[in-house]
Design a protein around this ligand. Structure first.
Ligand code: NAD
Length: 468
């Protein structure tokens, strides 16, 4: 049967549920179920009951199902992308909705292709010992609203491959996207291996304290991450925490500003800046400062922003009003401090939707709140620096450390600088690209634990040594 946008939506709509709004028009997209703690507890009990049979299947079986799930996503790309665009706001086109749906399928395939962890530790006169990675049981996942489908797959695919069952609590802003994704996956997976329970932070808190959740994957703000550490303490729950960031980029004086402008732009403005590992503060050497500002401004002005369903657009609205207000307030503080609005900075208050214009702010002090606080939107402060030591000190000066980048025509020099930056990933001449085989995670208050590749599989497993 062909899946259409209407059939997808009708399967997940709850007439008694909560209205979910399109951030571009503020129209209702649909009504999502809003479940209570008892419903969550029941889902966890079903996941626990289903887990032994899922773990007893062969790894070949589980891999085959992940590959079939990827094919099912491919077959539903257009309706999934349309729902994602309507609910999250991101355009269909560009590195946005279709790209996100495609990434879900890619990640499932890559997870199936990853070598399982486990190795011989000792095999000789010293004795014999092997390291095994067993399923943990039920893995819980709590996600944010910025890349709702892709992050869900990041959280659940390794858990499923390793023989765990999963219970997902999506963001209350984007539950429809995750429910629809799960329906497509569940057309292939056995019952109760993947369950989505839609609700707000109360359900998240229950998931993080529940005794039958053996591991929790959390992606969201550092504030909520802290709450989860506390609520999960009594059950000594294993946690992977992918938290907030405020990524720095350092541009060295040897760059060709025109050649890097497009990549700098997308490093900062992918998903209209609503990306944890987006470039959020750019430090540019004084020798190339004016040229980088000019080239970046030219690229920024050429990128159309508007409703995601219009194929011309590559930038969309902020997903919600609260996020819009955070961005608007931080840009206002920058303006009040005397910084220059190189591009944007003046939203149209009367226009429908939560659109904030693409904004580049120059002549701004490194201590300005637009630089030091996570604004999570389409604004980029560009700070001038004189020496590399000064730039590294500024980059390392915050308590977060998710990603960072160094831009230079000398790759070796850039790698030496990268080694001095406190971040989980440092990219050279790009920013934010992730690959399913390359581990990803933050340091400092950006969280702990790694996703992707064999490290991702280990993170959802119980390590066991058999010795003797
Ligand atoms: P958020 O922390 O407000 O919400 C995330 C999720 O946590 C939601 O599902 C929410 O319902 C749930 N939640 C709320 N209170 C809870 C509680 N007490 N216990 C358990 N769960 C609770 O984050 P957000 O606004 O949805 O997402 C934006 C943030 O996510 C940004 O800070 C961004 O940097 C971060 N993020 C990080 C990564 C990463 O990989 N490091 C990726 C994407 C987003």
């Amino acid at each position: 049967m062909t899946i259409t946008f209407e059939s997808l939506l009708s399967e997940i709509t709850d007439p008694n549920g909560r209205e979910i709004f399109d951030p571009a028009t503020e129209d209702v997209v649909g009504k999502a179920p809003f479940e209570n703690v008892e419903a969550l507890d029941a889902a966890i009990a079903r996941a626990k009951a289903a887990q032994p049979a899922w773990a007893a299947r062969s790894d070949e079986d589980r891999k085959a199902l992940l590959l079939q799930a990827a094919d099912a996503i491919d077959a539903a790309t257009e309706p999934l992308a349309e729902l994602l665009s309507r609910e999250q706001g991101k355009p269909l086109n560009g590195p946005n909705a279709r790209f996100e749906v495609g990434a879900c399928a890619n990640w499932l395939r890559a997870t199936a292709a990853t070598d399982l962890p486990g190795r011989t530790l000792l095999d000789g006169d010293d004795g014999q010992a092997e390291m095994y990675y067993r399923p943990l049981g039920v893995v819980g996942a709590i996600g944010p609203w910025n890349w709702p489908m892709m992050i869900t797959v990041w959280q659940i695919a390794p858990a499923l491959r390793m023989g765990n069952t999963t219970v997902v609590k999506p963001s209350e802003y984007t539950p429809l996207s995750v429910l629809a994704l799960a329906n497509v996956l569940n057309s292939v997976l056995p019952q109760d291996v993947l369950t989505v329970v839609s609700g707000d932070g109360e359900l998240g808190a229950r998931l993080s304290s529940h005794p039958d959740i053996d591991k929790l994957m959390f992606t969201g703000s550092t504030r909520t991450g802290r709450a989860i550490i506390k609520s999960s303490a009594d059950t000594v729950k294993r946690l992977t925490l992918e938290l907030g960031g405020n990524d720095a980029g350092i541009v060295l004086p040897d760059v060709d500003p025109k050649a890097i402008a497009q990549d700098l732009f997308w490093g900062a403005f992918i998903n209209t800046g609503q990306t944890c590992a987006a470039l959020k503060r750019l430090y540019v050497h004084t020798d190339v400062y004016d040229a980088v500002c000019t080239e970046l401004a030219d690229v920024a002005k050429a990128m159309p922003m508007g409703r995601g369903l219009d194929e011309d657009n590559v930038l969309g609205p902020l997903q919600n009003k609260a996020q819009y207000d955070i961005v608007a307030n931080l840009v206002e503080k920058a303006r009040a401090s005397g910084a220059t609005m190189l591009v944007g900075g003046t939203p149209d208050a009367d226009a429908p939707g939560h659109f904030y214009p693409t904004t580049l702010v120059s002549d701004i002090d490194g201590g300005n709140p637009l630089v030091t606080e996570e604004q999570f939107g389409p604004a980029l402060p560009i700070v001038r620096y004189e020496t590399v030591d000064e730039a590294i000190e500024l980059a390392n000066g915050l308590d977060v450390g998710l990603g960072a980048s160094v831009w230079s025509s000398d790759r070796d020099a850039a790698r030496k600088i990268a080694a001095r930056i406190q971040a989980g990933t440092v990219w050279i001449n790009s920013h934010g690209g992730v690959h399913p085989m390359v581990p990803f995670g933050g340091i400092k208050m950006s969280g702990y634990g790694l996703e992707f590749g064999v490290e991702g599989l280990k993170s959802v497993s119980a390590p066991q040594v058999i010795s003797g």
